[in-house]
Design a protein around this ligand. Sequence first.
Ligand code: SF4
Length: 425
Amino acid sequence: MASLNVIREASCAEGFCSLGCIAWLYRKIRGSFFLIVGSHTCQYFMQSALSVMIFSEPRFATAIIEESDLAAKTADFAHLELDRIVGDIVREYDPTIVFLVGTCPAEIIKVDLQNIGEMLTQKYARPVMFAPVSGLEHTFTQGEDGVLQALLAISPEEAPGAPRELLLVGAVGDLVEDEILEQLAELGIPVRGVLPARDPRRLPAIGPNTVAVALQPYLSMTLNALKRRGAEVLSCRTPLGPAATRQFYETICRAFGKEPPADLATLEAEAWERIGPEREILIGKRIAVVGDNLLELPIANLLCEMGAEIVELSTPYFNRKAMAADVACLPEGLTLYEKPDVIAQAERVIALKPDLTICGLGLANPFESRGLPTKWSIEFTFTPIHGFKHAKDLAEIIARPVRRGRLMAQRGWYVDRPAAARATS
Ligand code: SF4
């Protein structure tokens, strides 16, 4: 394993609230409804983050905890209020599953959403599940971890003597999921299912013959819950980029006692060939990867494999065990800042003048105004980037701002002498 120098600055997370995960999970889990039990802040955040949803059938709402609720109300009140709201949702939308989404306010005043969910599940004859998605501790992608744990709570027990099968863990677009399932079928890997399942009424059974593999690196709590149910959890690279995808499938093959076929090396070579132009742009570039969505480690690996140099690396949360396979591929002696101090990090990046900074939306404009080309890391969350077929999309997302920065520098559009100008000289 690469010797990674981890510096924990334990600063506040500077990113979107984990409620943001609803943006992709409401589409992934068909017929779901997310009832956020929170404050006006939560409501405003969701309305701005998901404003596009006004054009689609609403699949989320906010039950607002008012100040008066904090003063005098009892657990019964929360139960009655939520009962009334869930009743309205059931009558109007007939969802297959309702998530009672716990937020910071609900957590702080200790609304017992677990208990309320159990009672409402009985009453409305459908799962009403508590999903802990508070923004207190977590970054936005980790919200998915809370929702998957809620689904695990209602996933059935494996039947005795069930065959040993693979469980894919993590939400990716349907297209990407189908491609991964197709590849696994070609490799002869028996698949139990996917968590989250598209149809929440058909959740995969879990037990000692379940072999779980994560498609996303931010699901450590779900993986631990799977282990507690007896499942085996594979330590695999996140399948982002040609090399990581080949290693992902190879690890699965070996776990099922199969020798990885030579085809995988061919698929990797073809993917490298397709991203040749982007590799050319990124080769030798100095890149800062600033923590935001927990994809930082696999992205840093891909950048190194494309010939770039990582000059700064941080992440909002680091779990060495869950990320072991991704850590193992990082260059020796790299420093990783966990929960970095945002000001100190910004100053380091400005001083380093990287050719590209991958960062959250909040830091992009300050960096751009100093002539530093940036890439919003949130794009990795909403673009299909997993697997061999999407390696090109992933490489293009990363290379595009470097190309743009070069053009802007050539035209003299940067105020300061930018790193991009150096890249052209
Ligand atoms: S859950 Fe917490 S961090 Fe998220 S919007 Fe609500 S109050 Fe803010």
